[in-house]
Ligand binder design. Structure first.
Ligand SMILES: Nc1ncnc2c1ncn2[C@@H]1O[C@H](COP(=O)(O)OP(=O)(O)OP(=O)(O)O)[C@@H](O)[C@H]1O
Ligand SMILES: [Mg+2]
Length: 399
């Protein structure tokens, strides 16, 4: 395996040899862009661009590498990092912008970038072992993963209300809570987590419809839930391969499987990504959330997921923070599908344990989520909310 290296591009600062940044990886200084490009072999996992490198040159380096080497992290140091600069840098593919004097910030940014690079290389590496054995069943429903790499953007709010809206529109839905350590679906829907994903561990390698039926918690007509474990530490016992197995069988049982996720690219999330037909990517109107969304989009590009299968949801889109929709879309290089306004009605519905689409169907937040549901699963032509929705739930699996 090629030795990992970090390169620091600087025109005037002398970079001592060795582990200069304290990352546990040898760091080498390069004094010009041509030298940097010549040194960029597979071992280079991170490029740090010093504050003395002109911005235009730095952005050229980043944008050149975002296609050639999407797994390569570029961290940009600037004397005065501001929101405008961050936006331009994000657009060019820079992962992090750090203040020139912020040594701790630099170390953290480099560590985050190395972590992402490691996750990207694991995700794009060919599987070491054969795929888990799943029953030979017809593929029916679609798997929709709701994700945001930053916490608290509104994933669970969107996932629960999306699941309810799709069920209300006449489709059978299973909502699965993959936030294994801190899952909130049970609380959001006031469900008693008697059976959870922990109980699926014993089924690893032979998951079938009967087994899944014993795990689900029914919520309302056409909507079941597969809840996250409640005991601390239970998440570690759940193998990531089990996620793929569960989703493979769930999609034969339901029209739509909605996956709620933790705010991180865990192995379980990557397994859900692999099984997903659609992605609902949630961000709020703040630069860290948008930066993380941008990274997620790049990761999905790297994994070759079709951009047409992504829906970008801007939550609390009316927050007055000085970023316009146009600026956001420019920075992301992608269109926002749905904007959800900010409203106190959302936490107040959650506190009552009733999704807002049921609590206040006429509210603007509910309307926005229904429009997302319509994009994900258009209403079946000839069904009401009863009838066809039960079709797949009743269907037997044929081997
Ligand atoms: N549109 C909105 N208006 C007002 N409050 C909202 C809105 N969307 C979400 N919230 C509130 O923001 C908080 C975080 O929402 P939620 O739990 O859905 O985020 P999350 O991304 O699932 O978080 P985590 O990463 O912790 O799982 C909740 O208190 C929720 O009530
Ligand atoms: Mg959540």
């Amino acid at each position: 395996m090629t030795q990992q290296r970090v390169l620091v591009l600087t025109h005037s600062v002398e970079v001592p040899a060795g582990d200069f940044l304290g990352l546990g990886i040898p760091t080498t200084g390069v004094t010009s862009t041509p030298l940097l490009l010549a040194a960029l072999d597979d071992g280079v996992v991170l490029v740090v661009i010093a504050p003395d490198v002109p911005l235009a040159e730095a952005l050229d380096v980043a944008s050149g590498q975002r296609v050639a080497r999407p797994d390569l992290g570029v961290v940009l140091m600037r004397t005065k990092p501001d929101a405008g600069l961050l936006k331009t840098a994000m657009r060019a593919g820079v992962r992090e912008v750090v203040g020139a004097d912020d040594d701790a910030g630099l170390l953290e940014a480099c560590q985050r970038s190395l972590e992402l690079t490691a996750q990207l290389s694991v995700a794009s590496a060919p599987a070491a072992s054969p795929a888990p054995l799943v029953p030979a069943v017809p593929v029916a429903g679609q798997v929709v993963t709701v994700f945001a790499a930053k916490g608290g953007c509104g994933k669970t709010t969107v996932a629960t209300n999306l699941a309810v809206s799709v069920a209300e529109a006449g489709r059978s839905v299973c909502l699965i809570d993959l936030d294994l350590a801190f899952g909130d679906v049970a609380i959001a829907l006031q469900l008693d987590p008697k059976r959870t994903l922990s109980d699926a561990v014993a089924m690893a390698g032979h998951v079938d419809e009967t087994g899944i039926r014993s795990l689900i918690t029914p919520y309302r007509p056409h909507l079941d839930a597969l809840l996250a474990p409640v005991e601390p530490g239970a998440a570690e016992a759940i193998p990531a391969s089990l996620v793929g197995e569960l989703l493979a069988v769930l999609r034969t049982m339901y029209d739509v499987v909605v996956v709620d996720t933790p705010p991180a690219f865990t192995d379980h999330v990557l397994a859900a990504f692999d099984a997903s037909d659609r992605f609902v990517l949630v961000a709020s109107l703040d630069v860290p959330a948008l930066k993380n969304l941008k990274l997620t989009l790049e990761m999905l590009d790297l994994l070759n997921f079709d951009p047409a299968r992504r829906e970008i949801v801007l939550n609390r889109s009316d927050s007055k923070v000085g970023l316009t929709l146009g600026e956001v879309q420019d920075a992301l290089g992608a269109k926002v599908s749905v904007q959800i306004p900010s409203s106190r009605a959302v936490p107040s519905a959650i506190n009552r344990g009733v999704p807002i689409v049921l609590d206040a169907p006429g509210h603007a937040v509910s309307a926005a989520i229904r429009s997302l549901a319509a994009r994900i699963a258009p209403k079946p032509a000839s069904s009401t909310s009863h009838g066809k929705g039960r079709r797949l739930l009743r269907r037997r699996v044929t081997a």
